[in-house]
Ligand binder design. Structure first.
Ligand code: GLV
Ligand code: MN
Ligand code: MN
Length: 398
């Protein structure tokens, strides 16, 4: 079922450079929003967009009790894979479809959600829709974030027909979420309890999440003296690109030293002329690991080495999922599924930090490669994921 749903999306945002680029509030993502509404309507669900741009499809909204929510996100990183996000949304729709087809009726409201701007690919701050909903980020800060073209989030929302004045903490909606289960493509080859690496190593099609490692994003801005490349003696230069290169190497050195993950996947050099010494250079550090002190230490080491302070763009502490809900999910899928940590951030983590009982299901990714066109799940594993999610909904909302 998910292969059919995902195939409906496969052309959307297809990037000539490879994979898909589906940035928040841009054309491709708006098309995915329409797809969400159509799919939901086809299942007889009531669709609404909340003030933060998150999409909700309700089944039995008027039933008593808090909602059991399933879903994920539809946006992607630049040149990302087809599964990170959409697999969770498609699996949620597929689960609802199989439950309605079987004549099953929920005893509490069920919602399928697609959170807005999970990747932060356009405005730099991940999980924006869920962070705004839970009050983890101030509306004024979020709305003034800019993309590479200088467009603010407020402007992008307005252009897409969404009123930015609606953005912000939504305690009432949050209180309606009784529990949230996010199904997601497995990312990386994380240690599984028995010592195997990843679900492929364990020979299992699905697993549950144990925790999300603490992670953050920092920006370092370096200033230079712009001048002509052909007329400025090397000794006379103040070249911020050299400092940036040093910083990039330092991130890697410190990560190895501390035994954590440190990445520079984005830099900006201005004005970016081949024949000019740059006026400024910025690098972004993404650092993650089991131990939050080491993650912060990496940034401190890079700052010391460059003699400059970084700007913190986001920080998420270690996130543990709800033990009782995870036990319920495990029981629903027949017990004894591998549990693994996540090095990737998720809306489920944001909700969990806001006090919502939350759990995650992972579907085997044979290579573990993610945020890349190589990201993959076999159709049969995706179907095992849908069956698992269906069983979870049946158990939790029956
Ligand atoms: C989102 O996928 C992140 O972990 O950056
Ligand atoms: Mn992702
Ligand atoms: Mn994701």
């Amino acid at each position: 079922m998910t292969d059919v749903l995902l195939s409906e999306l496969s052309d959307v945002g297809r990037d000539p450079a490879g994979g898909v680029t589906r940035f928040a509030w841009a054309t491709a993502e708006l098309e995915l929003r329409e797809w969400f509404a159509e799919r939901a309507a086809g299942l007889g669900l009531d669709v609404e967009t909340d003030g933060n741009g998150n999409l909700w499809a309700w089944w039995g909204a008027s039933l008593p009790g808090t909602a059991f929510v399933v879903g994920s996100h539809l946006d992607s990183v630049r040149s990302g894979g087809d599964f990170d996000g959409p697999l969770g949304v498609a699996s949620a729709f597929a689960a609802v479809e199989s439950l309605t087809a079987s004549g099953w009726m929920p005893s509490r409201p069920i919602a399928v959600v697609a959170f807005a701007d999970e990747e932060g690919g356009r405005f730099g701050l991940a999980c924006l829709g869920s962070r705004l909903l839970t009050g983890a980020v101030e509306p004024a800060r979020a709305l003034s974030l800019t993309d590479d073209d200088g467009t603010t989030l407020a402007e992008a929302m307005t252009a897409a027909g969404h009123d930015p004045r609606r953005v912000g903490h939504d305690a009432e909606r949050l209180a309606r979420i009784g529990a949230f289960v996010e199904l997601h493509i497995e990312q990386g080859r994380m240690p599984v309890a028995d010592g195997a690496r990843g679900l492929a190593g364990a020979g299992r099609p699905i697993g549950v999440a144990r925790e999300i490692w603490p992670h953050g994003r920092w920006r370092i801005d370096l200033t230079g003296v712009p001048d002509h490349s052909g007329t400025t003696a090397l000794a006379d230069r103040v070249d911020p690109v050299l400092a940036m290169a040093h910083g990039i190497v330092e991130v890697r050195r410190a990560a190895e030293d501390l035994g954590i993950l440190g990445t520079v996947g984005r830099v900006r050099v201005l004005p970016g002329a081949v024949n000019a010494i740059a006026a400024s250079a910025s690098l972004w550090i993404d650092a993650r690991g089991e131990d939050p002190r080491r993650v912060r230490e990496l940034v401190a080491q890079v700052e010391r080495s460059l003699g400059i302070e970084s700007a913190l763009e986001s920080w998420t502490d270690v996130t543990r999922f709800d033990a009782a809900l995870t036990a319920d999910v495990t029981a629903a899928v027949g017990g004894e599924v591998p549990s693994l940590p996540s090095g990737a951030g998720h809306d489920a983590g944001v909700l969990s930090l806001a006090g919502v009982p939350t759990a995650m299901l992972f579907v085997r990714n044979p290579t573990g490669v993610s945020h890349s066109p190589e990201e993959h799940a076999e159709g049969s594993d995706a179907e095992t994921g849908v069956a698992a999610l269906t069983a979870v909904v049946r158990r939790m909302a029956g």
